[in-house]
Design a protein around this ligand. Sequence first.
Ligand SMILES: [Mg+2]
Length: 178
Amino acid sequence: MELKTNEKHRRGLHPDEFADTIYDITPELLEVWKIKVLICDIDNTLVPYDVPSADETLVEHLKNIEKSGVKIAFVSNNNKERVDFFNEPFGFFANEKSGKPFGKGIRRCIKHFNVDKKNIVLVGDQLFTDVLGAHGAGIKAILVSPIKEKENAFFKIKRMAERPFLKYFKRKRMKEFK
Ligand SMILES: [Mg+2]
C-alpha cells in the first residue's frame, strides 16, 4: 500500500488509500507513511455495529500500534455510551457524536494531539462520512472495507450511492500502480 507522506491529500470523496481491514494498517506501514496520529472510526471499521467491544486480537493490534509511538483516537458518529464502552480497554482520546462528514469531532482530535496534519490519517468505512470528513478537516483518509452492513434501507441506499465513486477511484488506483 502507498500513502503519500507529503502535505497533500486527495480531495472530497477520493480515498488516499484503500485497505481491506484495520489489520492491514501495521506499525511498520505507519512508520513509512510518517503517521503520528491514527484516527479510527469504530462502527464497521473496527467492529460491526452490533458488537459492543473489541476482541483480544483487535485490542492487541491497536495497542501494538500505540506502543510503536503512534497516538490513536476514536472519532465516531455514534453516542457516548457506545464510544465510552468500546474505549474502555484502550483509554484513547475519543469523540462521540462527531458529526462526520463535518469536521467538528475530527478537528477536536487534531487540536488535542497538536500534530502536523500531514502526519495524521483517518481510517473509516464510508466515503460520505469518513473520507469526506477527513479531507474537510485537512487530513488524509484510508478507506477500509465495511465489516458488516446494517440491514436497513438507509444504509443500502448509502452504499449504492458510494458504488460508482468507488469503482472510479479503484480503477484510477490500479492505473497509478501499473
Ligand atoms: Mg463506520
